[in-house]
Design a protein around this ligand. Structure first.
Ligand SMILES: Cc1cc2nc3c(=O)[nH]c(=O)nc-3n(C[C@H](O)[C@H](O)[C@H](O)COP(=O)(O)O)c2cc1C
Length: 394
């Protein structure tokens, strides 16, 4: 569920520190990469060996133990998607409120710009101390997510508020921040990917340079956003969602027609061959010293045909790859094909598009409004395209 996410867990010197072993296990069970930074005092309550074994990573404690060229508090902030300080002591709450950075954990906090969750735990009298109340108010205003302690029997032998929140509550809060909202739930989305291959004979085909990365990234992200995804791809991939492996434009057309029938939208990210070989040779064509002529006939225009026959509530999104006059050609294409959106990318740029892991795109709608997705990796570009098109980023 959380694969690809890095969770940085900060542990301070509070009695409930041992409970964080269970939190680390939960994140690991959900495939997150877990990094742990502790205050020196935290190691009075939980051992480095336990934390190392559970997180399967080095534990960070000392800010003067500089690894390679990067100070650890900077390296940790770069890598992590979220910082959870649990339990956080009254002492560390007060330090981070003031920006004090006297150990690796507080320095890391000071340099951290992504979401932060803190889960305090302390004796009830400490919890009710005006300094702590005011500091927590300040942190709340700075958008720090505070998971308040529970009321109950405390380790110091008294009853009251101050017991660390349930580990599952901390985990679920983090998960909700880390995972994209299920904004495409209930929508069936058909996505095509890869370049079609048109057979010439038993061993040869006409293909193109499409890697399928953009279409697969769109399918991955639509799935993460809750869509019921069907990926129709020339690249054979195993995914948690439905995949149909095809080779030729005609096979792709048949699969798209069948799947789109009850779908909400179609995203045609595949590079479909305009032509196919009229007479495919059953056997390998042998050279005989003469020029070889292969007659090509037009393939069905999947984007155009599907757009023509779609229901009013269905959305069709096309892609175009142009090496010149990108916007002008994309505008012509949307008019000519009759689809709802075109995502246009410039294949003359060597660092983006086709086989690259990066892309930069323009999204053009039927009214010819244009929005730009700046150069980013294809997974992120896919997320931005989905947010933009489904109107959910506004
Ligand atoms: C046995 C014991 C338990 C403690 N439990 C807590 C606690 O639950 N919450 C808290 O804020 N401080 C607690 N403290 C006090 C902190 O350990 C102390 O304030 C320390 O300076 C915190 O350092 P740190 O914030 O750098 O980890 C406890 C101290 C001891 C000796």
């Amino acid at each position: 569920m959380l694969s690809g996410k890095t969770v940085l867990i900060g542990i301070t010197g509070a009695i409930a520190a041992y409970k964080i072993c269970e939190l680390i296990r939960l994140f690991k069970k959900n495939n997150a990469n877990v990094r742990v930074v502790t205050t020196p005092n935290a190691l009075n309550f939980v051992t480095k060996t336990t934390l190392e074994a559970l997180s399967q990573n080095q534990i960070y404690i000392d800010q003067f133990n500089i690894d390679e060229y990067k100070p650890e508090h900077i390296a940790l902030t770069d890598e992590a998607d979220i910082f959870i300080i649990a339990p956080i002591t009254a002492n560390t709450i007060s330090k981070i409120t003031l920006g004090i950075s006297d150990n690796l954990l507080t320095s890391t906090y000071c340099a951290f710009k992504k979401p932060v969750i803190i889960a305090p735990c302390m004796n009830t009298n400490m919890w009710e101390n005006p300094a702590i109340i005011e500091n927590l108010e300040i942190l709340k205003k700075r958008n720090i997510k505070i998971i308040e302690p529970e009321t109950g029997f405390l380790a110091c032998g008294t009853e009251g508020k101050g017991r660390l929140a349930n580990i599952n509550v901390i985990f679920e809060t983090a998960k909700n921040i880390l995972l994209p909202k299920q904004i495409l739930k209930g929508k069936k989305i058909v996505i095509t990917a890869g370049g079609t291959k048109e057979n010439i004979d038993a061993v040869r085909y006409i293909g193109n340079y499409s890697s399928g990365k953009m279409g697969i990234a769109l399918a991955d992200n639509a799935y993460k956003l809750g869509a019921d995804v069907t990926l129709i791809s020339t690249v054979d991939v195993k995914k948690q969602y439905k995949t149909i492996n095809v080779q030729t434009a005609q096979e792709m057309y048949e699969a798209v027609k069948h799947e789109f029938n009850n779908a909400h939208s179609l995203i045609m990210a595949a590079a479909v061959s305009d032509y196919r070989v009229k007479n495919i040779s059953e056997h390998k064509i042998k050279k005989d010293g003469n020029p070889l002529t292969i007659e090509l006939i037009e393939n069905p225009d999947i984007l155009k045909e599907i757009s023509k026959n779609k229901k009013d509530n269905q959305i069709v999104i096309g892609f175009c790859a142009e090496s010149q006059n990108l916007i002008e050609n994309a505008k012509n294409k949307i008019k000519n094909k009759g689809c709802d959106y075109i995502c246009a990318n410039d294949i003359s740029k060597k660092d983006i598009g086709f086989s690259s892991d990066y892309n930069e795109l323009y999204i053009i709608d039927k009214e010819l409004n244009i929005s730009k997705i700046e150069k980013t990796d294809k997974q992120n570009a896919a997320l931005k395209i989905l947010e933009e098109i489904y109107g959910l980023c506004k």
